[in-house]
Design a protein. Structure first.
Length: 298
């Protein structure tokens, strides 16, 4: 993806080098949902949360978080500190450029609908970081926290994406970020809060099904962003995103972790679903086509 001449976002914070004194959300610190799931399923959910998920503890508790996210009370973005964070290394700069391109794309989409767009903040951390939903740990991977409307990223995750999951390439990395921005779109439009309320009233199986639709919609929103930036794509970029989507399908992860697939326990969608909804967003460029909740089958 050609972003060399693109601006970097000002909505960036840097926790790298700060240490962080609290224990992160590693497997030892995560609740097991009342003892209802075995270690195989725990591995699947934690890995699923690592790749394009939200808070893994929320998934382990059935994805049920009630109540609207509180309003942000943080200080305005500091362009000078953001520029410093974005220029730590090449991958930091690229991440900041991807975030900036999502800001421009979604701002145009919201303006066309007569609405203002407030972008998320982006937080770099290394190892352990502090976040509005608790404490971040590198094992969790990139995620969006609706409570403080921030995306958290330890950039070492992109090495894992390449080495462990066979999804190399800069557009695979951009897809990760665009997916998390998709969760922000769901938050600011009220979709996330509606889904959480529904999840609190249904069975675990039905709650999982709603979570799948949430994740597939975020994949579709990532595709919309990609479509809005077609002029910056290079040969093979879409294949990189689809490879990443396939690698983190629930069926792929379950098969790797426990040798069998349990569709009722899916929380992110199958490989086929994730690729298909990304492609739908990319092919149409229209977020209105991303209504996974209205689809009879996803």
């Amino acid at each position: 993806m050609r972003l060399d001449d693109y601006r970097t976002s000002d909505n960036v914070e840097d926790q790298r080098g700060q240490g962080g004194g609290r224990r992160g959300l590693g497997m030892g610190g995560l609740p097991l949902g009342g003892g209802k799931m075995g270690i195989g399923m725990l591995v699947v959910i934690v890995v699923g949360a690592m790749l394009f998920g939200v808070d893994p503890s929320a998934l382990l508790n059935g994805g049920m978080q009630t109540g609207a996210p509180p309003q942000q009370t943080s200080a305005p973005a500091d362009p000078q500190s953001a520029a410093t964070a974005c220029n730590v290394d090449e991958i930091s700069r690229f991440s900041c450029q991807v975030l900036a391109s999502t800001e421009d794309s979604w701002d145009a989409i919201f303006k066309a609908g007569g609405q203002p767009y407030t972008p998320p903040r982006f937080v770099f951390y290394a190892g352990t970081g502090m976040w509005g939903c608790g404490t971040a740990n590198a094992a969790v991977g990139p995620f969006y926290c609706p409570a403080d409307q921030r995306i958290y990223l330890d950039t070492s995750f992109f090495d894992e994406l390449h080495r462990k999951f066979g999804a190399p390439g800069d557009f695979a990395q951009a897809y990760v970020i665009a997916h998390e921005v998709g969760h922000h779109i769901q938050t600011v439009t009220g979709i996330s809060d509606q889904v959480r309320r529904q999840q609190s009233q249904v069975s675990e199986r039905e709650g999982n099904a709603l979570q799948v639709r949430m994740e597939l919609q975020a994949d579709c929103y990532a595709g919309v962003w990609g479509s809005r930036n077609r002029d910056r794509l290079e040969a093979g970029d879409i294949d990189e995103a689809l490879t990443a989507a396939q690698a983190i399908g629930d069926d792929t992860l379950q098969r790797q972790a426990q040798g069998r697939v349990m569709p009722d326990s899916f929380t992110h969608g199958s490989a086929e679903q994730r690729m298909r909804w990304f492609k739908r967003g990319f092919d149409t460029g229209d977020p209105a086509k991303c209504d996974t909740f209205a689809a009879r089958q996803v």
